[in-house]
Ligand binder design. Sequence first.
Ligand SMILES: [Zn+2]
Ligand SMILES: [Zn+2]
Length: 252
Amino acid sequence: MTTITHEQIQYLLDENCCHECEGVGKDKVCVRIEAIAELPSRFGDFHIIAFWNNRDGKEHVAIIKGDVLGAEDVPVRLHSECLTGDVIGSLRCDCRDQLEAALRMIGQMDRGIVLYLRQEGRGIGLTNKIRAYSLQDQGLDTVEANLALGFRDDERDYAVAAHMLMSLKVKSIKLITNNPKKIQQLTDHGIEISDRIPHIMEPNEHNLFYLETKAAKSGHMIDFRGKEHFVEQDDRPIVKGMTEHQIKALYE
Ligand SMILES: [Zn+2]
Ligand SMILES: [Zn+2]
């Protein structure tokens, strides 16, 4: 297995320190690599790369496995930050399971990238997400709770992700997703996608609701407490054992 070298790291940092471009997407998003370090983890040996961007003041990061510079067909997963799920292990969503499945998958590959995008609660922010949970506690369903809080700007997220991949000199990617529509959104921002890798998770005590929900209501799953499951990641996993009907319902 090859990893990126100190020379490659220095090259990226030198090139990015003065990077300017016309930007990606309607918001003209531009990013720069600011810092790179090794990141040994329980899921494998990675490098972590911190980015600056000209739009949202958030510190988006790439977690990379192996040598991705100039590489083709690099497996890539986009993950949106979820403090309550990723860090605290909340069961109101399945973000942590999704993130761990992606890191575990890529950690075992020769090369791959997780883009960890700092857009808590699908971009509405932590406080608003907790407001949405609260509305749900008071009986609103997730659709109503989201409506009450307003929707996110999807377009900008894909522009940031696209530019991050360009900064990493990736020639083409295999997007880890179950949603074929996502491929178009990244392609529109100039990313070459050579293939799609299904995102599949092992069943566990926390995601059993995926398997047990008989009729998904517009792709919304009822969790094991009988509450509607909050959908924070816009790219939902397949759990081994799901029926064709359940898989199809995820994206309706
Ligand atoms: Zn740029
Ligand atoms: Zn979450």
